[in-house]
Design a protein around this ligand. Sequence first.
Ligand code: IMP
Ligand code: MG
Length: 174
Amino acid sequence: MKVKDKDFKIYLTKDEIQSKVGDIAQAIGADYKDECPLFIAILNGSFMFAADLMKKIDLESEISFVKVASYSKMESTGNLKELIGLNENIFNRSVILIEDIIDSGKTMENLLEKLTELGPKSVEVATLLIKPEALATNLKIKYVGFEIPNDFVIGYGLDYDGLGRNLEDIYQVK
Ligand code: IMP
Ligand code: MG
């Protein structure tokens, strides 16, 4: 499949993704059984993962959305732009961040620093994908869907220069 100037091949099918999202929902459900966690989905990339995850979460819970951006086309700039849209008071809340992919980890590290200053009871991260070889920080991520090689992927919320977010499967650049 071609998107702009790049060729992509199928990498994770929608069935594999849905089954993994179910596993993550179950793990979170067990860990937060007596709490009312606040999920915070990081837009844009996590919108599909967040929607599917929330449908499978069997917990009293809330969800909110924030936006950050540190990526330009295919390389991480490392500069976290402003955190936009956090209207909830997270003081003393159990927070679970929902992310599509952790690459260098800089976006997440930055965000965790900002959120920790607001005094939550706890903050954990659920990411669908992680690229361990690209990780440049020592982040502890509690819920990981798939560990993937350091190749660019699109689909299921992830984009290449704005395109491909609508795909139900995940594709890897050839
Ligand atoms: P990090 O700060 O380097 O960890 O970059 C994280 C962000 O970069 C993610 O939230 C994505 O939006 C984007 N990103 C990283 N790798 C990919 C990829 O393979 N495809 C699409 N977006 C990516
Ligand atoms: Mg993202």
